[in-house]
Design a protein around this ligand. Structure first.
Ligand code: ADP
Length: 484
């Protein structure tokens, strides 16, 4: 049992239409990825339960969409405050179900709450237009109206923030939402509902349905006629399936999909800074984020120095159960993730990679993997092309700016890219030439609710965060008013 200051945040039923309800597909066992113990047994919702949730959200939409933005904002503000007051408990729930270090989990809870605060403010400032008329007896007005019920599917790697990033702008805009979190990490989502209820958010506005049959529930959320928009965070492969499903009802969509982030270090970079940020961007959440550094490109003149320092920093990382004081690297999410690391390593070593550190499962057992550093990377290796999603850092070298930019862009992904250089001209050139939705120079820190986060190419459609992150939850209406 997880120790919580407020045990009533531990919810295991679905939250639909303001009620805690069962699911018609039995139960789901939520396991702690650090030790395999049972954290919770939740209900298991079905496609039929999903349809009920959509119907409830459609009814709630009628009144929520007519609730003034200022009033919606005040509900959201209360929800935000309650989340911050309970951040430690929400963090503990997350570490238990997801494995990330507790400090990182609490950090995510605060980051996630930031979206609620921001969109509570932003929704008061979403404006229509009055266009200068083309005829004196007419007026030309443009309204922004909430798009309707929003279907959301979220992943396990950020069990809190991926929900608030979607639900907050949607609810702020006047939409109601039905969310299916990952079946492995439902507790964070359900605790958010408990706090939404305490904030007084009306029944049916926020609905969370936990279910192990993602495909069946996904079909409802992508195809139900009463859903106006569908938004998804997860893998590119699943994103494509869901995008195709949305075609049948021409549903508006937003997709936050996979990444293959380059981390480029030029020969004039501050090497110590670059190493620090390389470790942070590579190993956050045990390497399991779509913006994690995936390919490290270092200029040949500094490769030796950089790699030695990187090796020392990686060797110093503390691998431990996320609840242990000072833990920096927790377990991978499950056995499949562990098996993927084994396969990527075998492929890389087979093709000539040199292992400087790690390269195998960790002695802590369960889903722990050793922080790993590889050099001698070639383009044919799987980890040079696929999203690694684990604690393996792979260093390649380059000679010229043009060469490295071309290599960095040689991927179907386009989410985040990092580079380090002190040359101002190069900062601008490289920033402009990288085909990525997020470009980060001389730092690895960028995530914030006030700026747009979204991918180019097959990394997604649309943005979350910033003014862009609420825009897609409105439909535009042009009213041509005659007889003036
Ligand atoms: P990851 O590799 O991060 O687990 P996935 O894309 O597999 O990413 O999963 C992200 C979310 O998508 C999860 O909530 C999962 O349950 C859901 N999901 C996976 N497959 C499908 C599907 N065919 N239809 C709908 N949802 C799915």
């Amino acid at each position: 049992m997880i120790k919580l200051e407020d045990p009533t945040l531990f919810r295991t039923e679905n939250y639909v239409n303001g009620k805690w309800v069962g699911g018609s597909a039995g139960h789901i066992e939520v396991l702690n990825p650090a030790n395999g113990t049972l954290v919770a047994k939740t209900v298991n919702g079905s496609a039929e339960n999903a349809r009920d949730a959509v119907e409830a959200a459609a009814v709630a939409f009628k009144s929520w969409s007519k609730t003034p933005a200022k009033e919606r904002a005040s509900y959201l503000r209360k929800w935000h405050d309650l989340i911050l007051e309970n951040a430690d408990d929400l963090g503990a729930l997350m570490t238990a179900e997801q494995g990330k270090p507790l400090s990182e989990a609490i950090g995510e809870v605060k980051y996630g709450a930031g979206f609620i605060e921001f969109y509570a403010e932003e929704c008061k400032r979403v404006m229509g237009d009055i266009i200068p008329t083309v005829a004196n007896d007419r007026r030309l007005l443009v309204y922004k109206q909430p798009i309707g019920v929003v279907g959301c599917i979220t992943p396990w790697n950020f069990p809190n923030a991926m929900i608030t990033r979607k639900a907050a702008p949607a609810m702020a805009a006047g939409c109601t939402v039905v969310i299916k979190p990952d079946a492995g990490t439902p507790l964070s989502a359900l605790a958010l509902c408990e706090l939404a209820e305490r904030a007084g958010i009306p029944a049916g506005v926020l609905n969370v349905l936990v279910g192990s049959d993602a495909q069946a529930i996904g079909e409802v959320l992508t195809q139900h006629e009463k859903i106006g928009k569908f938004t998804f965070t997860g893998s590119t492969a699943v994103g494509k399936i869901l995008m195709a499903q949305c075609a049948s009802t021409v549903k508006k969509i937003s997709l936050e999909l996979g990444g293959n982030a380059p981390f480029i270090v030029f020969d004039d970079a501050d090497i110590d800074e670059a190493v620090t940020h390389c470790v942070a961007t590579k190993f956050r959440n045990c390497g399991q984020t779509c913006v994690c550094t995936n390919r490290i490109f270092v200029h040949e003149a500094i490769a030796r120095d950089f790699t030695e320092k990187l090796q020392r920093s990686i060797a110093a990382l503390k691998v431990a159960d996320g609840f242990e004081e000072g833990a920096e690297i927790g377990p991978l999410i499950n056995t499949q993730a562990l098996e993927k690391m084994d396969a990527l390593m075998a492929d890389a070593v087979d093709k000539g990679a040199k292992v400087l550190l790690g390269g195998a499962r960790h002695e802590l057992g369960q889903n722990f993997y050793q922080p790993t550093l590889l050099t001698n990377i070639s383009d044919s290796m799987r980890l040079a092309n696929e999203e690694i999603f684990g604690p393996i850092a792979a260093v390649q070298t380059f000679t010229t700016e043009d060469e490295v930019v071309e290599k960095a862009n040689a991927t179907e992904y386009g989410l985040a890219a990092y580079f380090f250089t002190r040359d101002v001209g190069r900062v601008m050139r490289v920033s402009e030439d990288l085909e990525y939705g997020i470009v980060c120079s001389n730092s690895g820190v960028f995530s914030t609710e006030v700026a747009p986060f979204g991918g180019w190419k097959q990394s997604g459609i649309g943005s979350e965060g910033g003014k862009e992150g609420i825009a897609d939850f409105y439909e535009t209406k042009f009213h041509s008013l005659g007889g003036v």
